[in-house]
Design a protein around this ligand. Structure first.
Ligand code: MRU
Length: 374
């Protein structure tokens, strides 16, 4: 993705020192573009927990690089000490955020790759570096393919609208900032825009952290995609008045039956879409599918974040970023970060292998090798 004309991913190894992981610190966007160096497992864990990086795919990629840093910084006095440090780091990283399954998936993939490298510590460090890079490259490539599959939906609507812009509504940020590149919900939008298909995006602000207003709007703007930011409750009104042709959102965890956990408020958009006959698609790479979970509502852990995020907002005031209290000092606040949209409300899943119905048959139709034998 381009930022001021320069290509960036959201995470990479520092070119002059590959023992350092560099990220875009998203807490400062859209007001400042800040790159942060990560050198220790603790710094990586903090970056994930405090949302310097966020979004399912990027959380997974960061955890992958975190395990590489764990291998680099683990004691080499004995194989036992080295392995113990890796397992401690794995537990520390997995505990940072509960909902996006990519986190545990990436950590477990690293542990398996490191174990497969044998007993030589240098070989294990090399395996960790290679696997971190593979996770990141795969994430970017899968998102690119999601764009290739999803763009057909936009093109079909565009053909019916005879040159009028296709209005897509999205929630939160499932853009390139939430992944390593391209994004999921945004990938079909970027692909359509690049092909000259007129597209306009309704961007849900996405309280309390405003990932839509701050991040999605910024990255669409960098790519030149027309968009309008709306507050979270506007979607139903827009759909009732025929102003939304298609909803595309991302996912932080999807069950193999097609239930989808995504940023809080997604479920309400799905209900409004169903009531108004608007197609509701979820775009996700297979790293976001939880192959062990059947019932999203009962089983997906929903992160509850600090209520401070509800009570206090920050934004640009003159040249400075300022925080303000937006509710009575003494009122309690609750901060549920995700909700689950049941598969019955989802028109289809857009994956790197194609589009399928949000159902067990649909998901295993695309990923037959994941079906448990017997
Ligand atoms: O809390 P976040 O910002 O890490 O939440 C993730 C999201 O941005 C959304 O839920 C997104 O739609 C899916 S993650 C690609």
């Amino acid at each position: 993705m381009n930022v001021h004309g320069q290509h960036y991913r959201t995470i990479w190894l520092r070119p002059d020192d590959p023992t350092v992981v560099q990220i875009i610190d998203q807490r400062h966007l859209p007001f400042r573009f800040v790159i942060e160096d990560l050198r220790t497992v603790e710094e990586v864990a903090t970056a994930i927990k405090d949302m310097h990086v966020r979004g399912a795919g990027l959380i997974g990629a960061t955890a992958g690089y975190g395990m590489y840093i764990a291998a680099l910084t683990a004691p080499r006095t004995s194989l036992e000490a080295f392995r113990a440090a890796l397992h401690t780091a794995a537990a520390r990283l997995k505990a940072t955020r509960p909902t996006a399954v990519n986190l545990a998936w990436a950590v477990d993939r690293q542990l398996a790759a490191i174990a497969a490298a044998g007993d030589d510590i240098e070989a294990q460090i090399e395996a960790a570096q290679r696997t971190a890079q593979e996770i990141a490259d795969e994430d970017a490539e899968f998102c690119r393919r999601i764009g290739e599959h999803g763009v057909r939906l936009i093109e079909e609507i565009a053909a019916r609208k005879g040159g009028e812009p296709v209005n897509v509504l999205t929630h939160c940020n499932a853009g390139w900032l939430a992944f390593v590149d391209y994004g999921t919900a945004t990938a079909p939008i970027y692909a359509a825009h690049d092909r000259g298909v007129p597209v306009h995006v309704w961007v849900d602000e996405t309280r309390p952290r405003n990932q839509g207003a701050r991040l999605t709007a910024w990255e669409l703007g960098q790519h030149g995609v027309p968009h309008t930011v709306v507050v979270d409750n506007v979607g139903g009104h827009l759909m009732q008045h025929g102003m939304v042709d298609l909803v595309i959102v991302g996912s932080d965890r999807t069950t193999y039956t097609g239930d989808v956990a995504n940023k809080i408020g997604t479920y309400l958009k799905a209900l409004a879409a169903r009531d108004n006959g608007v197609p509701f698609y979820v775009a996700l790479p297979s790293s976001t599918i939880d192959w062990e979970m059947r019932d999203g509502l009962a089983e997906i852990p929903i992160e509850e974040r600090d209520a401070t995020e509800v009570r206090i907002m920050d934004g640009l005031s003159g040249e400075e970023i300022r925080e303000i209290l937006i509710m009575p000092e003494t009122s309690r606040a609750a901060n549920y970060a995700f909700d689950v949209t049941p598969a019955r409300l989802v028109t289809g899943l857009i994956t790197e292998r194609g589009i399928c119905p949000a159902s067990e048959e649909g998901v295993f139709g695309l990923y037959p090798e994941k079906r448990k034998k017997g």
